[in-house]
Design a protein. Structure first.
Length: 395
């Protein structure tokens, strides 16, 4: 078994990977929740959320060029805070978060599939999960190429929703918008922030990227900008076509937009949601396996996972283990239990990553890609603020 991963990924494929991770199935539900908080100003809430995520994304971009390792956050904390035990805990926490998230999305995507295709739930879930694990084992280029195809399907679906939203007659609030609700806009932005979680997965591909010092920052920033634009356009279409109360009261807000704009059957959105789910599951399996590979380099007790297949160039053992836990978790645990376990954990990691960059910049300013010191401080404050509000039950 080899220890080196193969560098096969370029900037376009890596950016597509980041967009796919962030866009995911969540936008199909989250639009209604944000509209319920911010009203017709929901598009502004999404754009504000992108601005809130930007400092942490820029911090990740600098760190990815300082420490281009598959361990990602674990490596940043190990060098920035010089706490080995914390870096291992954070690395394993990222693996757990990715695995839990993938299980939740796999279970939800299977639910969409069986609603339109008459197959047993467990059979469909295991078949889809096993197929995605097989792709992840075969190669990172194959995995990200398939993820890019899924991302294109997702974006086509969202483009159709935007088209439908502009075909509908505008609702009253759109034609004569009420004053900006400051509290509602803040809460909407906080809710929308969780739709941007995923940019951090890009850094864990560092050892499989060509020219990481140039490619990683471009992919992180490019994915965040593209996703912000997509979210803004979808939110505009939704609040223009459907009353805010109706959006907030449904778990399928984009189906309402389609029906209002075209009068057609929105069942096809269920199939697109399946592609979105497959994309999210594949991305999280790939990411979690790379983090486990990277942590194995730093922690002797986990060294067995620091091996790449000599032919495929992928961490096969780590991938199979993560995939098996994803499938098992999706079979036995409810989606709400799975999905609720990740957001607070990731916000705490964001705070630690920003703090690590602050410490590193104080010790050594040189880096291939640099941001001002104010950026990680702002990222630290926003991450801690979002975490506090999340723990308080406001998001």
């Amino acid at each position: 078994m080899a220890e080196a991963l193969k560098r096969r990924i370029g900037p376009w494929l890596l950016t597509a990977y980041g967009v796919g991770v962030m866009v995911g199935a969540g936008i199909y539900v989250l639009t209604g929740a944000v509209a319920g908080a911010a009203g017709v100003w929901a598009p502004v809430a999404f754009l504000l959320a992108g601005l809130i995520a930007l400092p942490s994304a820029l911090s990740y971009a600098e760190l990815s060029t300082r420490i281009p390792e598959a361990a990602g956050e674990a490596a940043y904390i190990a060098q920035g805070l010089r706490l080995h035990w914390l870096s291992v805990v954070v690395g394993l926490a990222i693996v757990a978060a990715g695995t839990i998230s993938a299980a939740a999305v796999l279970r939800g995507g299977t639910g969409y599939l069986v609603s339109v295709v008459p197959v047993p739930f467990a059979v469909a879930l295991v078949a889809m999960g096993a197929a995605l694990v097989a792709v992840a084992v075969l190669g990172v280029l194959e995995s990200l190429a398939l993820a890019a195809v899924f991302t294109v399907v997702e974006l086509i679906g969202l483009a159709l929703v935007v088209y439908a939203g502009w075909q509908a007659a505008p609702v009253a609030d759109w034609s004569a918008p009420p004053p900006v609700p400051a509290t509602g806009l803040a809460l909407g932005a906080l809710l929308a922030f969780f739709a941007f979680i995923g940019f951090e997965d890009i850094v864990n591909m560092a050892e499989e990227v060509s020219d990481p010092a140039r490619t990683l920052p471009r992919a992180i920033i490019g994915a965040l900008v593209l996703t912000s634009l997509v979210y803004g356009l979808v939110a505009i279409a939704a609040v223009r076509a459907v009353p805010v109360a109706d959006l907030a009261a449904t778990e399928r807000p984009l189906a309402l937009v389609w029906a209002r704009g075209t009068g057609g059957d929105p069942a096809f959105l269920s199939l697109i949601a399946v592609f979105a789910a497959l994309n999210g599951v594949l991305a999280q399996i790939v990411m979690a396996a790379r983090v486990l590979f990277g942590v194995g380099r730093r922690e002797p007790a986990l060294a067995t996972f620091h091996h790449a297949h000599p032919r495929f160039g992928t961490p096969v053992l780590a991938t199979v283990l993560v995939g098996a836990v994803v499938i098992a978790g999706a079979l036995v645990l409810p989606v709400a239990v799975l999905a609720g376990a990740t957001s607070g954990l990731l916000l705490a990691v964001f705070a630690l990553v920003n703090l690590s960059l602050i410490r590193l910049k104080r010790r050594e300013e040189r880096a291939p890609f640099r941001v001002p010191m104010a950026v990680p401080w702002l990222g630290l404050v926003t991450a801690l603020g979002a975490l506090a509000l999340s723990l308080a039950g406001l998001a």
